[in-house]
Design a protein around this ligand. Structure first.
Ligand code: NAD
Length: 365
């Protein structure tokens, strides 16, 4: 059985590529594993500023290839990361990646409306896939991505880095295990000043919407991971349209309320004109808070017992190493395509509630 067939069959542990459970990026444990090869598709700010540096810290996967439409970037990245020439693709040659045994994982870091096409092409090339958030701009695209990955026998995961962040994991534990009793209200806010009015994030066709699609999704995620539930209704949603050329196609702000089956209510707010970064939870017997809650670094938490004292980690390195570990051991990712689809469905329901000025019930059956 060759290496790829072993990975596909989830037998990595049996052949010694995964000697034990993941201990975290940057561990000083002796390195016995041969890292899986990962190719980044789209070399924009996130790939350049976060993912490529994180891939210098991963233990189970490494930056092995790139897919870019800009020849100058290809030259720069090839030199900077010592990439073999045959591992460099553009959007036309991308499908040839199917014949490259040095690439096991494709990570799609393109504008939102392009995710579906490249995830499906990666699946057809029989590469495991990580897709950035939001998974896609429609639920039907998400379903097609899940189907393609299942049909071609590859795993699909979404770039939900916070699931690997210890303060966030503590919020999940406190909420889901009802450590301070049942969760009553959640306040989740994520926003930023958007800057350049010409960027793709402000074009509906590429972004699928405004701040809700981009950073509001973190509020949806937070409310779901604190409760461990899926909301049963968008109770209300109010959209601020914004003025000027920046907001010709997408909203400037959106405020919405979600109701969960256990009784929790989440009050959420997202914006492209102000900085917001909060997750505040009131449970029956205590309050626990993260602020900032969604940043790459510097997350701070507080509980009734005092400040949280967890270490700062490289979220992206842990996220990518965990996915590699899933492939090597045959385990399923904790951030699968189905979670990405759930969130896109909620984003669409929030837009529907904003447009109709009515509550939108969500039937998950
Ligand atoms: P970016 O604008 O910096 O990069 C986008 C890349 O896509 C560029 O390299 C650009 O050349 C390429 N591209 C290809 N076709 C394009 C087209 N038609 N229009 C515009 N660009 C095109 O964006 P980014 O901030 O790197 O975001 C990329 C993806 O990553 C988005 O889905 C975003 O939501 C996600 N993201 C996730 C996080 C996170 O924390 N998980 C953070 C930032 C971005």
């Amino acid at each position: 059985m060759d290496r790829r067939a072993v990975i596909k069959a989830g037998l990595g542990a049996a052949v010694g590529w995964a000697a034990g459970p993941l201990r975290g990026a940057g561990s000083s444990q002796p390195e016995k594993r041969k890292p899986l090869g990962l190719a980044l598709v789209g070399l924009g700010r996130y790939a350049t500023g976060q993912l490529a540096p994180a891939l210098q810290e991963t233990r189970l996967c490494k930056l092995a290839g790139i897919v870019t439409g800009t020849p100058e970037k290809a030259r720069q990245w090839q030199a900077r990361y010592s990439l073999p020439r045959e591992n460099i693709y553009n959007y036309e040659t991308f499908d040839e990646i199917a014949h490259n045994p040095g690439i096991d994982i494709v990570y799609v870091v393109l504008p939102n409306s392009m995710h579906a096409e490249y995830v499906i092409r990666a699946a057809k090339a029989k590469k495991h896939v990580i897709c950035e958030k939001p998974m896609a701009v429609t639920v039907s695209q998400c379903q097609a991505m899940i189907d393609a990955c299942r049909d071609h026998g590859v795993q699909l995961s979404i770039g939900y880095r916070l699931h690997f962040e210890p303060h966030t994991q503590e919020m999940m534990r406190l909420g889901q295990q009802k450590v301070y009793g049942a969760v009553k209200t959640i306040t989740a806010q994520d926003g930023m000043a958007i800057g350049d009015p010409n960027q793709w994030r402000l074009k509906k066709a590429l972004a699928g919407g405004g701040p809700l699609m981009d950073v509001g999704i973190y509020c949806v995620q937070a409310a779901c991971y604190v409760t461990g539930e899926k909301p049963v209704a968008i109770e209300s949603a109010r959209l601020k349209e914004g003025t000027g050329p920046a907001f010709a196609e997408v909203e400037e702000e959106l405020a919405w309320t979600m109701r969960f089956p256990g009784g929790a209510i989440a009050e959420c707010l997202t914006s492209y004109s102000r900085r917001l970064n909060l997750l505040d939870v009131h449970a029956e017997h205590g309050r626990f808070t993260l602020q900032p809650a969604y940043s790459y670094r510097g997350i701070q938490g507080k509980t009734p017992k005092g400040p949280m004292t967890f270490p700062q980690v490289n979220q992206q390195a842990l996220q990518m190493d965990d996915f590699a570990d899933c492939l090597l051991t045959g385990r399923s990712t904790r951030v699968p395509g189905e979670m990405g689809l759930r969130d896109v469905r909620l984003l669409q329901a929030i837009y529907e509630a904003a447009a109709s000025h009515k509550a939108v019930a969500i039937d998950w059956t």
